[in-house]
Design a binder for this molecule. Structure first.
Ligand SMILES: [Zn+2]
Length: 289
């Protein structure tokens, strides 16, 4: 990706080195990154997986409105390493694209804040360990990421800058769903159906976030020539590696489609590609099919 000259978002809060607050031990293994294959599988098994469980865990009443826009300055960036530069630039590209697309629909885009943490973090969705992977909390309109996750992605064969961009854009996709009221509708529905049906709703929501990630990449490239040869392959490869079937197989488990919460490798690739190709959020209606 050609990203180094891009604007960097100020909607970043750096909580690294701060500790999560009252992060009661959840088994130390889950919290520490950089372990062996078991941890990688754990990480990937949960990759992007807490988004909707966060929804279920509350953090937002049914009357929750848009977040108050405060003028609180973004937290001081503690380490201006390449990953930090990368995510703040990608966040800015997401802001630019969604501001444009919302404006085209006569809507105003409210950006999400990105919280960088290490170890574990407290949010409106409760305490979350780094082992759960990056996530979006609808209750506070924030994306949470431990940047060490990118190393884990690479170790599992889903490396590359566009794979990382896809991860972030997927989380922004959940923010879009939250702004559009999809998250709340899904949450409500999930409460009144069986576990299997709730999983199917989760899959549809996750695939929509993948599609939105593709829509973002389409426009980011169209407007800024962001992508280079090989980037699309990185994204499609990552989508395959994090399909539920691939994760279950990698963990040595039997593949059980009824337990899918994010979609199969094939589905994740298809919806990412659909967004990428069309650049049209209307093409992302995973709930219709
Ligand atoms: Zn997700």
């Amino acid at each position: 990706m050609r990203w180094r000259k891009g604007r960097r978002s100020s909607n970043i809060e750096d909580r690294r080195g701060q500790g999560p607050g009252r992060a009661r031990g959840r088994g130390g293994a889950g919290i520490k990154l950089g372990g062996g294959a078991g941890i990688i599988v754990l990480l990937l098994g949960m990759f992007l997986g807490v988004d909707l469980s966060g929804l279920l865990g509350g953090g937002g009443s049914s009357s929750v409105g848009l977040p108050q826009l405060t003028n609180k300055p973004a937290g001081q960036i503690k380490s201006d390493d390449e990953s930090t530069q990368f995510v703040s630039t990608m966040l800015a590209y997401n802001e630019d694209v969604w501001t444009k697309l919302f404006a085209e629909a006569n809507q105003q885009y409210r950006p999400a804040k990105l919280v960088i943490f290490d170890g574990g973090v407290n949010s409106a969705c409760g305490f979350t360990s780094s082992a759960a992977g990056p996530f979006y909390c609808p209750g506070d309109y924030q994306i949470y990421i431990d940047l060490n996750f990118f190393r884990e992605l690479q170790r599992m064969g889903a490396g590359g800058d566009f794979a990382q961009a896809y991860v972030l854009a997927h989380e922004v996709g959940h923010h879009i769903q939250n702004l559009l009221g999809v998250s709340m509708a899904v949450q409500r529905r999930q409460r009144s159906v069986s576990k299997i049906e709730a999983n199917q709703l989760s899959v549809r929501a996750e695939l929509q976030a993948d599609c939105y990630a593709g829509v973002w990449a389409h426009h980011a490239h169209k407007d800024n020539q962001l992508l280079e040869p090989g980037d699309l392959e990185e994204g499609m490869n990552a989508a395959a590696k994090i399909g539920d079937d691939a994760l279950m197989s990698a963990a040595g488990a039997r593949v059980r489609p009824e337990a899918f919460t994010h979609g199969s490798s094939k589905q994740r690739q298809e919806w990412l590609y659909r967004g990428l190709e069309s650049g049209d959020p209307q093409q992302c209606d995973t709930f219709a099919s």
